[in-house]
Design a binder for this molecule. Structure first.
Ligand code: LP5
Ligand code: MN
Length: 257
């Protein structure tokens, strides 16, 4: 049903000649890993600048405690690098991930970016393409999904954001530890996208191409759903090295930085 082929390592296509759109996810940027942030800023200036659009499909940041954290010079530097890209003519779209779902309008404004809903169905050079962070495809991770339901409730979010920034950050640090401990008890299979959830998403949206991140398992999968052939691209995390997906009218290819 699904054939993995990470396809990483192809040569980067160059220039603006062929209109194209880039996709990235799971960068987990933070001040503690300045090298990743440097690579990201170089990618914006040297590569993304040639694209029509850049989609960040969640988890741009290690975590996001609220837009008042833009006072952090690291976070403000990321926003201004995105704004520079946007001013250069590349449309920037940000989807919220499970780590930065508290990104709000103030951040979007600072980055001159548009927030993309999760999921988003778009026409990518003639190919219907469904974009999602990917966490909701992991339907076997019931503990996480119960937690997700709670923290995505607007009432929970407004109460959380009303608390002092330092308190929020301390709580998130505790949650990170809890999450790491919980993950060590879960199987790899449990934390992967589930075939049923993938099929349901593809069926619901008319059998498009699917692009998502979250699982950190870069691959190209081919699914046959109800007789329709659907391509699913999983984006890589930027933990060891940067990577992006380049899509134009001829298709998509994964590129390692
Ligand atoms: O991110 P990753 O890939 O390492 O792990 C995820 C799931 N974990 C998370 C937690 C985040 O990593 C923590 C940072 C989020 C910051 C958000 C800011 C605002 C929220 C602040 C809340 C206090 O998303 C992990 C998945 C994994 O992906 C694979 O899919 O397994 O899920 C977990 O480990 C979650 C646990 O299983 C359940 C945790 C319950 C904790 C309850 C604490 C009470 C919090 C109060 C909420 C009402
Ligand atoms: Mn994620």
């Amino acid at each position: 049903m699904s054939a993995g082929d990470h396809g990483l390592g192809a040569s980067p296509p160059s220039g603006r000649a062929v209109p194209h759109t880039l996709f990235i996810a799971d960068l987990h940027l933070c001040a503690e890993h300045p090298q990743t942030t440097r690579i990201f800023k170089d990618f914006l200036r040297n590569t993304a600048i040639f694209a029509e659009s850049l989609y960040i499909l969640g988890d741009l940041f290690e975590y996001w405690a609220g837009d008042d954290d833009l006072t952090d010079p690291h976070h403000a530097g990321v926003a201004s690098a995105l704004a520079e890209l946007s001013r250069g003519g590349t449309a920037v779209f940000i989807m919220r991930g499970n780590r930065d779902f508290l990104i709000g309008d103030k951040f979007a404004q600072a980055a001159q970016a548009r927030i993309a809903s999760d999921p988003t169905l778009t026409d990518l050079y003639g190919t219907p393409t469904l974009l999602t962070h990917g966490d909701t495809l992991c339907s076997g991770d019931t503990g996480y999904l119960a937690f997700r339901d709670k923290v995505r409730a607007p009432s929970w979010q407004s109460a959380f954001l009303a608390r002092p920034l330092a308190e929020r950050k301390a709580e998130i640090e505790a949650l990170r530890q809890r999450s790491e401990a919980d993950k060590s008890l879960k199987s790899e299979a449990e934390m992967d996208a589930q075939p049923d959830a993938v099929a349901a998403a593809l069926r619901e949206h008319g059998y498009p191409r699917l692009i998502h991140g979250h699982t950190h398992r870069p691959a190209r999968h081919l699914h046959q759903i109800d007789g329709h052939d659907c391509e699913r691209w999983v984006l890589g995390s930027w933990h060891d090295h940067g990577s992006y997906l380049h899509c134009d009218a001829s298709g998509c290819r994964a590129i390692r930085l």
